[in-house]
Design a protein around this ligand. Structure first.
Ligand code: S3P
Length: 430
């Protein structure tokens, strides 16, 4: 039996919330904490299923990771060469970040490992990391000529590379940077637009020599990484659901505290402001090498805009909820250059087009995006998450402005990135 949730229309979204820790930064804190020498402590770690997949993987390679009473983690780093061969297959669950970053990292280890995942992850393309890693000398096998998990990796013997990625992907970039830690010399990755730079920031924070330059970044192999205290900011991708909830529901005023506002992630704020949304950043500060702020959002009359180009990777996980904002904006919103949405946890262009349409939304799918015409309200009804956490949460936000309750099927997937989502939604709704 899958879990269903019914969301009722709301009169406003009000109060103050703190969203859970950033998923991308939480993954990287475990990886780098494990490869560092000495102890790393992680505060604000996201205890979601995706991050637990990474945590279990490193425990399986002999790393001691202790969970303290307040949810803080203490990682006893093994140093660059201290991981042990896992004695079983590593299950990455639903997590693309786990499997792709680990493929890079494991390519550098002098042992054999196998990575797999759930039925969604086993359909997602891996050639994007396997190809360039092979050019560094990695030996990786997988279904469909190495494109699909399970992946089997015989690591070791890497040489540095200069890779020009055809897609702006932080997972590809990070896999190569992690492999580059194990190659002599300098590994360089170029990308068409800058994708999230958490790996670069955290590698620098742990002591690696990482040099960003216009169009790319390089890392010097064989660094000495030192354990650090990491404070993980709130996940802007989780905050985004509540930003849109407050904007589209008349009578709202919501303060979201402690949100990571790294410029490579804050495209959602730029897009919502361009649509006419009132979002104020308060108390801007830097924590563990990452910019953080509190975000105050008020309900606003939104208007349709054109979205494309370099803002797309800066908001890549937010397009499901952007399509919800566009549904309640006056006029037409056009999203282009977002072909990557087709290969996320599900095909997010197809999923949002079908589910918003079921409630009377006016959405047309394009190969690389969507065209959305605003409506005053959606109808009530039944929709599906397609097993994708961000589709489930986006449809919950859309339901706040439906004329009648909406029942969403298959909602347990929200535990991958935002286990407390439903409670917080209950807390703020009018
Ligand atoms: C992530 C990178 C993005 C994003 C994903 C997390 C990361 O994927 O969609 O949710 O932590 O590096 P791509 O690199 O495939 O765009």
């Amino acid at each position: 039996m899958t879990q269903t949730r019914t969301v009722h229309p709301a009169d406003g979204v009000r109060g103050e919330i703190i969203v859970p820790g950033d998923k991308s930064i939480s993954h990287r804190s475990i990886m780098l904490g494990s490869l560092a020498e000495g102890t790393t402590t992680v505060r604000g770690f996201l205890h979601g299923e995706d991050n637990h997949a990474t945590l279990k993987a490193f425990r399986a390679m002999g790393v001691s990771i202790e969970e303290l009473a307040d949810g803080m983690l203490r990682i006893e780093g093994k140093g660059l060469d201290g991981l042990a061969e896992p004695d079983d297959v590593i299950d990455c669950g639903n997590s693309g970040t786990t499997i792709r970053l680990m493929t890079g990292l494991l390519a550098g280890q002098p042992f054999f490992s196998v990575l797999t995942g759930d039925r969604y992850l086993r359909k997602r393309p891996m050639k994007r990391v396997v190809g360039p890693l092979a050019s560094m000398g990695a030996r990786i096998w997988g279904r469909r000529g190495g494109d699909l998990a399970p992946l089997a990796i015989q690591g070791g013997g890497l040489k540095a590379t200069a890779y020009e990625s055809p897609i702006a992907s932080a997972q590809v970039k990070s896999a190569l940077l992690l492999a580059g830690l194990y190659a002599e010399g300098v590994t360089t990755v170029r990308e068409p637009h800058l994708s999230r730079d958490h790996s670069e920031r955290m590698l620098t924070y742990f002591g690696a020599d990482v040099r960003p330059f216009p169009g790319g970044v390089s890392v010097t192999g064989r660094p000495r990484l030192t354990g650090r205290e990491v404070q993980v900011p709130g996940d802007i991708s989780s905050a985004a659901f509540f930003m849109v909830a407050a904007l589209i529901t008349p009578g709202s005023e919501l303060l979201i505290r402690n949100v990571g506002v790294n410029p490579t992630r804050s495209g959602i704020i730029d897009i919502l402001r361009a649509m006419g949304g009132t979002l104020e950043l308060l108390n801007e500060r830097e924590v563990s090498g990452e910019p953080v702020a509190d975000v105050l959002v008020r309900s606003s009359a939104l208007r349709g805009i054109e979205v494309g180009g370099d803002v797309v990777p800066r908001a890549i996980d937010e397009f499901p909820v952007i399509s919800v904002a566009a549904t309640f904006a006056e006029g037409i919103t056009v999203v282009r250059d977002a072909h990557e949405l087709r290969v996320k946890e599900t095909d997010r262009i197809a999923a949002m087009t079908s589910e918003l349409s079921r409630l009377g939304g006016k959405v047309e799918a394009r190969e690389d995006g969507m065209v959305i015409e605003g409506v005053e309200r959606l109808a009530g009804g039944n929709v599906s998450s397609h097993g994708d956490h961000r589709i489930a949460m986006s449809m919950a936000v859309a339901s706040l402005r439906a004329a009648a309750p909406v029942t969403i099927d298959d909602t347990e997937c929200t535990a991958t990135s935002f286990p407390s989502f439903w409670e917080l939604l209950e807390q703020v709704r009018g």
